[in-house]
Design a binder for this molecule. Structure first.
Ligand SMILES: NC(=O)c1ccc[n+]([C@@H]2O[C@H](COP(=O)([O-])OP(=O)(O)OC[C@H]3O[C@@H](n4cnc5c(N)ncnc54)[C@H](OP(=O)(O)O)[C@@H]3O)[C@@H](O)[C@H]2O)c1
Length: 319
């Protein structure tokens, strides 16, 4: 099969489309013909070597498609089922092997493309707004990169929970998209903390920050006393070491560095979040914005576009 592998870590030129042996499902696993693979910032971290990429070094942590074979002991998933998955490496490929315990069977009417576009970032938006901080109606919420893959979903889910959402973006086109997703106020990054304080008085209840190094200080300064900074990514680079005493001086603040794996660690938790998320998609309460579909051969261009902030919403690879 064709797959995008990273023989050695580096910039986007490290991504190579290569013929590799078809993966074989072991006990408890299923083999899937991949219809679409989601492109996520974590794929950049794997490519660069910031996160480990074990052999066979096929990139991609999200996808959806049709089951073509099942391994020994798999009884609840059968050939022909349409499934999606998150946090399992190897999705930039024509075929992928998934543990049956991590497969999300897609409801009728949901295309594998939309599933691959919404699962990883949508489940992340779910846990950030329901568990990391359980948004209450009327909460003030700051969402950075509000027109990105995460940002458009987070904004919509925070609005579903009744928040007032302030977004940050870098361009006028992105501002328009963030507003269409429901953001009440949208700012550029320059002086955003002062603008947030001027708007809210004491600051926001929670900041969702996937930008990292470039926004961290402003994010802290945007919080009300006892507010929470959910630092869930580092698109602009990692945040340097931090003196915890500053949290006391700034108002008894909270900082967490969450990731999806900790909030979907049992099958029950994975499926209950997925059920609610896919229910919103089915009802039209949550819109999925697909920016562009790229061929596997164009994985390099997809990464370049994502890293250069040229994308909005979701980027897909179609094998
Ligand atoms: N912890 C988790 O569970 C989890 C799960 C999913 C994603 N994430 C994180 O969420 C973040 C967003 O991921 P995504 O896949 O949805 O990407 P994305 O938001 O679609 O793309 C990143 C966006 O970040 C903004 N940005 C600001 N400074 C940047 C810089 N120096 N370089 C690149 N981008 C910059 C850009 O928007 P503007 O141009 O508007 O600034 C850019 O479009 C990433 O940090 C990712 O690791 C975390």
């Amino acid at each position: 099969m064709r797959a995008v592998v990273v023989p050695s870590h580096g910039d986007s030129s490290a991504l190579r489309v290569t013929e590799v042996p078809d993966p074989v499902p072991g006990p408890g696993e299923v083999l899937v013909d991949v219809a679409a693979s989601g492109v996520n910032f974590i794929d950049v971290y794997h490519r660069e070597g910031r996160y480990p990429l074990p052999p066979p070094r096929v990139v991609g942590s999200e996808g959806a498609g049709t089951v073509s074979a099942v391994g020994e002991g798999v009884t609840d998933i059968v050939v022909g089922d349409r499934v999606g998955w998150v946090n399992i490496l190897g999705s930039y490929a024509e075929k992928a092997v998934i543990p049956a315990a991590r497969a999300i069977v897609l409801p009728e009417g949901l295309s594998p493309e939309v599933a691959a576009a919404v699962l990883l970032q949508g489940l992340t938006a779910h846990y950030l707004t329901h568990s990391t901080h359980e948004i209450q109606p009327g909460d003030d919420v700051l969402v950075h990169a509000a027109a990105g893959g995460m940002g458009l979903l987070l904004t919509q889910v925070a609005k579903l929970r009744g928040a007032r959402v302030v977004g940050t973006v870098s361009t006028a086109e992105k501002e328009k998209l963030a507003r269409e997703a429901g953001a009440d106020e949208v700012f550029g990054y320059d002086g955003f903390a002062e603008r947030v304080k001027a708007l809210t008085g004491s600051g926001v209840h929670v900041v969702y920050d996937g930008v990292g190094a470039a926004t961290f200080e402003g994010s802290l300064a945007s919080l009300r006393p006892r507010g929470l900074l959910a630092l869930y990514g580092a698109a602009s680079g990692p945040v340097p070491p931090f003196d915890l005493q500053r949290l006391n001086q700034a108002g008894g603040l909270f900082v967490t560095r969450p990731s999806l794996g900790w909030y979907t660690s049992t099958r029950e938790e994975l499926l209950s979040r997925a059920d609610e998320l896919l229910g919103w998609v089915a009802s039209g309460a949550l819109k999925v914005h697909i920016f562009q579909r790229y061929a596997l051969e164009d994985a390099r261009r997809a990464h370049d576009d994502l890293e250069a902030r040229r994308t909005t919403g979701k980027v897909l690879l179609i094998p």
